[in-house]
Design a binder for this molecule. Structure first.
Ligand code: DGJ
Length: 726
């Protein structure tokens, strides 16, 4: 049983995989945190706080405690805890004081869905148990349900909270975070993933300090700048060793993660919707559900934390027909032709793609309205017959006759000021009355919080999809939100727009993906500006970055792999000199880096030399041999491009019989020292053969002695498959 309630000691013990999470129902009133870490067999422990003679105290009958010295599960501000709170509710009289008291609990098998929000799931109710804790503030009849799910086979606890207004007054939610975890010390480093366009998810690790550190987005999307993820690492933690606590928010909009170290050296982590620019009106009878936080504990370092997220997100967050299937190897037209589209050019590219073994042809931006550059036509989702006289159906038919699948790009959330749609409906974009709207990439953001806007966009998209043989869609989003407001909402609801936008996005994605289950969807936001678990619930892959340079991708994909599995990371081989950085790298290296994600090409294939064509044919054949190791296997990060002049990683199948190893040199080092590559994750007692050679090694030799790394030139690489002999 993963969740136990010990009635005598009033202790909840959640067992998730090899981890325990323990809380106490203190005085049958307050939910106090006791422990999160390695699995414990016993849990009657009740020292829930340090006595405090001086602190403010909310209890006239017992002056021994103050909330300020306790580890709390879902704290309020204003009744003796001075750290930042998990929630805050404004009442009609202006008060923001609440006092949530334990009322009841429920433990059941399985995991419920979250209304209107993406979340991890189970396929069989025995995979997890859920605990619902009901808290009540009976002065205002506010009910809060804290939802905890413990997964049986993973060290994973998920958390969220639901607010229910059972009273007569209108409540205003000012803060509604999804989780709060208090640790009784601060001997941690904080790791998070920061970045920018074309350099997403760089790793930053810093010691915790007293005060509050916030990682957040206020851009309306999870953002290039900060991913909705943080981890606390014990000081000695590295890839293989040490305690790591991961927090990953299943949400695609403004988020905030606060890490506070207080006067007593406790560490408080809260995470959820960013309270900045947020309020939510809760009328009588209304409910508000927060998004889910997925919390992972690893006793074996960062590597094991990542593998836990990978296994869970691959199988219990991603959904749909393509969750477990090999994705077709694609060619995308963006870096091949940009906006210079015409049918002949596309068919020539497609013909070459087919000859090389490519399976899916993706027509990117530029096929609709009058879109010859990025200054027009978003919102006019009908085909541009100047470029495609036979329409999308005509093009799609020819592609299918060649034996290629057909994929298409959309940017459904946007509107160009220079578009038919904007002429008809200038009120349909996100805006604030009488203010000039900021343009970004010459476009505005549609107000999808309005039902009529969602309906019209989906109507146009569905018409296209139904009338052409489309089997793949790239859903792009190329700017953050500004001047955020909706003409359709009353003044008091204007601060709901950011969250309503995300809910509307999810509604649209749910409708489209469930109506067209055979279509493979890929998320995108100017590359990886919305690479988050929320999107992965609807779309099993996301374009990782607009930066396609293989050397730049080492850091981007390495950082992304901290949370997200390779099966979710779109990765393409592109032309040299690279369009973003001008670097010239070997085609082989570009291939190995791209096939460590969801493999494809994005270059003008009609301009290849014969030698390059042969290399690409070999790459495609090789990829078909290794994709299952990358998609189903466990990732072991070996040499970090953030620390070394090289990068190396490997994937190992769960039965440890096959592995795929990649090593990429960055800059050449003349007359190099003796270098060894030590592998990981293998069975020490199995004999492995490097495919295509007669070299054989025991797993423990490969992991402890390693193999020699030859002297290598700039950006050179090698990769190999290992197969065990039995
Ligand atoms: C940004 C995307 O990341 C690119 O791959 C491409 O689709 C462009 N948008 C098209 O405008």
């Amino acid at each position: 049983m993963p969740i136990i309630y010990d009635e005598n000691n009033k202790i909840f013990h959640l067992i998730a995989g090899n981890s325990s999470y323990i809380m106490k129902n203190f005085k049958n009133k307050y939910l106090v945190h006791l422990y999160w870490g390695k699995k414990l067999n016993h849990s009657g422990f009740s020292e829930a706080f340090m006595t405090s003679p001086f602190g403010a105290n909310p209890d006239p009958d017992d002056k021994t405690y103050t909330f300020d010295r306790m580890l709390l599960e879902y704290p309020a501000y204003g009744n003796s805890d001075y750290r930042h709170p998990a929630y805050q509710i404004e009442q009609e009289d202006g008060s923001r004081i609440t006092n949530l008291i334990f009322k009841d609990y429920k433990i059941y098998k399985g995991k419920p869905k979250l209304q209107g929000l993406p979340a991890t799931y189970v396929e069989d109710e025995n995979e997890a148990e859920t605990l619902e804790i009901e808290l009540i503030d009976d002065l205002i009849n506010l009910r809060v349900i804290l939802l905890y799910t413990a997964f049986r086979d993973y060290n994973v606890i998920t958390r969220s909270a639901k607010f229910i207004n059972d009273g007569d007054q209108k409540l205003k939610i000012l803060i509604a975070l999804s989780t709060c975890v208090d640790f009784d010390h601060c001997k941690f480093d904080l790791l998070h993933l920061w970045g920018s366009w074309a350099r997403e998810r760089y790793i930053e690790r810093t010691p915790l300090m007293h005060g509050i550190k916030t990682i957040e987005s206020s851009r309306g999307e999870s953002s290039h700048q900060h991913n909705p993820f943080i981890a606390l690492l014990s000081k000695d933690a590295n890839e293989k060793h040490g305690d790591v606590y991961g927090f990953s928010l299943v949400y695609s909009g403004n988020f905030s993660a606060n890490i506070e170290v207080d006067q007593f050296n406790t560490t408080r982590v809260t995470m959820g919707i960013n309270p900045f620019e947020f309020t939510w009106i809760l009328e009588k009878g209304d409910t508000f559900q927060t998004p889910e936080v997925v919390m992972v504990y690893s006793a074996e370092g960062l590597g094991e934390m990542s593998r836990t997220y990978h296994r869970l997100y691959r199988k219990r967050l991603c959904r749909g027909e393509y969750r477990d299937k090999r994705r077709p190897i694609l060619v995308n037209t963006w870096e091949a032709v940009y906006f210079n589209i015409n049918e002949d050019k596309l068919l020539a590219l497609a013909q070459k793609a087919k000859e090389l073994g490519i399976e899916l042809f993706v027509l990117d931006d530029g096929w609709f309205g009058k879109r010859d550059d990025d200054t027009s036509s978003l919102g006019d989702w009908y085909v541009d017959r100047r470029k495609l006289p036979n329409g999308l159906d005509g093009l799609g038919k020819k592609l299918n006759e060649m034996g290629l699948k057909f994929g298409l790009w959309f940017e459904p959330e946007m509107i160009s000021p220079n578009s038919e749609l904007y002429k008809k409906h200038p009120d349909w974009c996100i805006q604030v009355r009488r203010r000039t709207l900021s343009q970004c990439r010459n476009q505005y953001v549609l107000d999808i919080t309005r039902e009529e806007v969602r309906k019209e966009i989906l109507r146009m998209m569905k018409e296209i999809i139904r009338n052409a043989p489309i089997e793949y869609i790239k859903w792009d989003m190329n700017r953050p939100l500004t001047e955020v407001g909706s003409l359709a909402l009353t003044p008091e609801k204007q601060k709901e727009v950011f969250h309503r936008y995300v809910l509307a996005l999810y509604e649209m994605m749910e409708e489209l993906t469930s109506e067209f289950p055979h279509i493979l969807f890929e998320g995108c936001s100017g590359g990886g500006g919305r690479f988050d678990p929320g999107i992965l619930y609807y779309m099993p892959q996301i374009w990782t970055s607009d930066n396609t340079d293989a050397i730049e991708r080492l850091k981007i994909q390495w950082g992304t792999s901290i949370v997200y599995p390779a099966s979710t990371m779109g990765a393409h081989v592109s032309a040299v000199p690279n369009h973003q950085v001008g670097r010239i790298t070997p085609l082989k290296t570009r291939g190995y880096v791209a096939m460590s994600g969801v493999f494809g090409y994005e270059m003008d294939l009609t301009k290849l030399t014969k030698e390059e064509e042969e290399i690409i044919k070999d790459q495609i054949e090789f990829y078909k041999k290794i994709w299952h190791i990358v998609f189903e296997g466990d990732l072991y990060r070996l040499i970090s491009p953030f620390q070394e002049n090289a990068a190396s990683w490997m994937f190992v199948t769960p039965d440890k019989k096959e592995a795929f190893v990649v090593y990429v040199n960055i800059l050449a080092f003349p007359n190099p020292p003796f270098l060894k590559l030590k592998l990981d994750g293998l069975d020490p007692n199995k004999i492995y053969k490097i495919e295509g050679t007669d070299r054989e090694f025991y797993g423990d030799e490969l992991m402890n002695i390693g193999i020699n790394i030859p002297p290598m030139k700039d950006f050179e690489s090698f990769a190999f498959i290992l197969r065990s002999k039995e």
